[in-house]
Design a protein around this ligand. Structure first.
Ligand SMILES: *[C@@H]1O[C@H](CO)[C@@H](O)[C@H](O)[C@H]1NC(C)=O
Ligand SMILES: *[C@@H]1O[C@H](CO)[C@@H](O)[C@H](O)[C@H]1NC(C)=O
Length: 403
């Protein structure tokens, strides 16, 4: 059983068919994404993570691996063709960028490959890549797992990419300080792919919980390194409630009804991801004491998404909200042998009626609601409010930037 997010293998034939299509379609998009540019408090966003926030990095490693996210019907909403995002349309970082008045984040590997001109990276770049783990590849290899190519792009590797990029962003210590202090760093969500591997080995909470410390400690190390480099505002999202995830619900299905909550989610699995979030928040508190001049914001993706299951109608989700929009049959419309993007899977008519797009990733609609929750609801701590981006502060900020 393979429950890594976004790890579906295909035959070589399928692969080349896809690549050809992609070269025609995706290429144009990666360098040319826009979005409304308004004035904001931050001039740029740097994002680290996995397929929840990848905006196309996986496209540039597709010789090694072709994630389904690069195949139609991915991207059918808004982009009208695959955009490198693992959703029908925009993802949470796109909406965060919209709120902050920053263009949608381009993938770092596009920049590295010359597809994004140097002059246009002042709004930041995205290092997140589908399938990425927090822990590095050797960790899984040492444990005897057959790991996927994407474990080569762990969080530490993404941090190294950021360090490689720095000379292109700024040239003197003072200019780097300026650039980094006016940037928002989004570190995560990451760790669900690590746990995905580990869940193949055991589903016993007692066996799994020790790994939480290891995953969280990588996240905190990366935060500390970013702070040492000059970051002053970091948003650190927690895990999503994977006990409600249709792929996990399918692959870890239990005949015991007691294991499910009222919404139909697996209680033990949500408890596990809740433990990850608890430890992460404890460690963030420690960092806040160590670095009082730094804003470390916890983003509660978990509870922001749990609302969908408590009152689906309020968000416009349909009666079948527990199923995925794009899938190949089964109780959750998730079929491991016919996942979204493959023959045998079809997309629903209106993805905005579903929480999940494929088995693993949310719809654009769900991501939009989650981003809204971060800016307008009680789902960030300390509160990261849209009101901090008032016209007055943005005017101030502009002056500051022109110096
Ligand atoms: C991978 O992680 C392990 C454990 O954290 C560490 O000992 C090792 O040096 C890391 N390797 C690389 C290449 O970063
Ligand atoms: C899963 O997909 C395969 C291949 O398309 C199909 O034969 C099978 O019937 C599907 N399973 C369910 C439960 O729909």
């Amino acid at each position: 059983m393979n429950i890594i997010m976004n790890q579906h293998h295909q035959s070589p034939q399928q692969r080349w068919g896809c690549l050809l299509f992609l070269l025609l379609q995706l290429h144009i998009h990666v360098g040319a994404d826009g979005g409304d540019v308004k004035q904001g408090r931050y001039s740029s966003i740097f994002s680290f993570g996995d397929s929840i926030t990848d905006t196309g990095n996986s496209y540039f490693i597709s010789a090694e691996l072709t994630p389904n996210c690069l195949i139609p019907p991915y991207g059918e909403t808004y982009f009208h063709h695959p955009s490198g995002r693992c959703s029908d349309g925009r993802i949470i970082t796109d909406f965060i960028a919209d709120y902050m008045g920053i263009p949608h984040l381009r993938p770092y590997l596009a920049f590295k490959n010359g597809a994004v001109p140097r002059g246009s990276i002042q709004h930041g770049l995205n290092f997140a890549i589908a399938g990425a783990t927090a822990l590095n590849r050797t960790f899984f290899e040492d444990k005897g797992f057959v790991v996927d190519a994407t474990t080569s792009y762990s969080l530490m590797v993404q941090l190294d990419w950021f360090k490689e990029l720095l000379p292109s962003l700024c040239t003197s210590p003072s200019s780097c300080k300026q650039v980094l202090s006016s940037s928002l760093f989004i570190v995560g969500e990451i760790g669900v792919n690590d746990y995905g591997y580990l869940l193949e080995e055991t589903t016993e909470l007692q066996m799994l919980t020790p790994y939480i410390h290891q995953v969280v400690s990588v996240i905190t190390s990366v935060i500390r390194e970013l702070i040492n480099l000059g970051a002053v505002t970091l948003m650190v999202p927690g895990s999503i409630p994977l006990g409600c995830n249709p792929a996990y619900l399918t692959l870890l299905a239990s005949p015991n009804k007691e294991e499910y909550d009222k919404a139909g989610c697996l209680k033990w699995l949500n408890k596990f991801y809740g433990q990850h979030n608890e430890l992460l928040q404890i460690e963030l508190d420690r960092l806040r004491v160590l670095y009082p001049h730094v804003n470390i914001i916890y983003a509660d993706y978990f509870n922001a998404a749990l609302r969908f299951y408590r009152s689906p109608q309020q968000f416009g989700f349909c009666r079948d909200f527990i199923k995925v929009c794009c899938g190949g049959g089964g109780p959750y419309n998730f079929n491991e042998t016919a996942v979204c993007g493959e023959a045998g899977a079809i997309a629903c008519d209106d993805p905005s009626e579903y929480i999940y797009w494929d088995g693993y990733h949310f719809t654009e609609a769900a991501y939009r609601w989650m981003a809204k929750a971060l800016f307008h609801g009680p789902y960030t701590f300390p509160k990261f409010s849209f009101s901090c981006i008032t016209p007055e502060t943005s005017a101030d900020f502009n002056n500051h930037l022109m110096i």
